[in-house]
Design a protein around this ligand. Structure first.
Ligand code: 13P
Length: 257
C-alpha cells in the first residue's frame, strides 16, 4: 500500500451468492463488528437484483455497494442485461469488469471489456478492471505479455483524467476460489508490472495515483502480507467476503495507519 498517492480499497465480490434476505441478515451481523475504516475505502459488489436491498441494508455501515457486471450498450434489445445508466440511477459507484469468470463462461473478450470500461466511465461509475493469467499461461512464461495485453486493451481510448477513476484488480485465475494464494512476492511483482504498464501509457504521476488490488483466495491470514507489498493497494475478495467476520478481518488488515 502507498496511501500517500492513492486510495486503499477493500472490495468484496459476492458472485452468484446471497439472496436479498441473506443480504439483510449479513448486514445485521456486519453492524456488530464493522470498524470505522478510516484508512481504506470499503465496498461490496453484489448481484444486481440485490443492489437496492444492499444499499438500504449497508447505509449506516460506510460500505459502498457495487455491481458485478454491466452491458456496454446504453439501452435496447439485450434481454437480461443491465446498463450503466440503470446502475447509476440506483446510486452504484463501482462495477467489476472483465472478471475471469465472465471471460471464461460468458466469452468476454478484451474488446468487450474495453467497451464496458468506457460505458462505466461515461456513467461516472468506477470500473474495477480484472486481469490475470491461468496456471498454464504462468507455467509457459507468458504472464507478463498477457497482463500487458489485457491492461492495454482494457484501457484503450481511456484518457488520463478518467483513468484516475479506474481500479485494476490482478486476479491470477489459478488462485481464485482454490485456496491457493499467489505469494506476496508473486502478487506484488505483477501489480508492479501493471503500474509500469500504466506509467508507460500515461506517465509516472497518473500511474502512482491508480489503485491496484490483488484478488485470489485473499483471507484474514494472508491479507496483511499481501497488502504490505508497495504496489498492492487493496483486495478483491470472493469467498471471504461472504463471511462478515472474515471480511472485517481483511478490512482491519488494510485499516492500519
Ligand atoms: P476468492 O477470494 O474466492 O478466491 O475469489 C476471488 C475473486 O474472484 C474476486 O473477484
Amino acid at each position: 500500500m502507498n496511501r500517500r498517492y492513492r486510495k486503499t480499497v477493500i472490495a468484496g465480490n459476492w458472485k452468484m451468492n446471497m439472496t436479498a434476505s441473506e443480504t439483510k441478515q449479513f448486514a445485521e451481523e456486519l453492524k456488530k463488528i464493522m470498524p470505522r475504516a478510516k484508512w481504506c475505502d470499503t465496498l461490496l459488489c453484489v448481484p444486481s437484483c440485490n443492489i437496492t436491498t444492499a444499499m438500504k441494508a449497508f447505509k449506516d455501515l460506510r460500505l459502498s455497494v457495487g455491481a458485478e457486471n454491466l452491458h456496454y450498450e446504453k439501452s435496447g434489445a439485450y434481454t437480461g442485461e443491465v446498463s450503466a445508466s440503470m446502475l447509476k440511477d440506483l446510486g452504484v459507484k463501482y462495477v467489476i469488469v472483465g472478471h475471469s469468470e465472465r471471460r471464461q463462461y460468458f466469452c468476454e473478450t478484451d474488446q468487450i471489456v474495453n467497451k464496458k470500461v468506457h460505458a462505466a466511465l461515461n456513467a461516472d461509475i468506477s470500473p474495477i478492471i480484472c486481469v490475470g493469467e491461468s496456471l498454464e499461461q504462468r507455467e509457459s512464461g507468458v504472464t507478463e505479455d498477457l497482463i500487458a495485453l489485457q491492461v492495454k486493451s482494457a484501457l484503450y481510448g481511456v484518457p488520463a483524467d478518467k483513468l484516475r477513476r479506474c481500479i485494476i484488480a490482478y486476479e491470477p485465475i489459478w488462485a481464485i476460489g482454490t485456496g491457493k494464494t499467489a505469494t506476496a512476492e508473486q502478487a506484488g511483482e505483477v501489480c508492479s508490472l501493471i503500474r509500469a504498464i500504466i506509467r508507460n501509457l500515461y506517465g509516472a504521476r497518473v500511474a502512482r495515483s491508480v489503485t491496484i488490488q490483488y484478488g485470489g483466495s485473499m483471507n484474514p491470514s494472508n491479507a496483511a502480507e499481501l497488502l504490505a507489498q508497495p504496489d498492492i493497494d487493496g483486495g478483491l475478495i470472493g469467498g471471504a467476503s461472504l463471511k462478515p467476520e472474515q471480511f472485517v478481518a481483511i478490512i482491519n488488515a488494510a485499516n492500519q495507519e
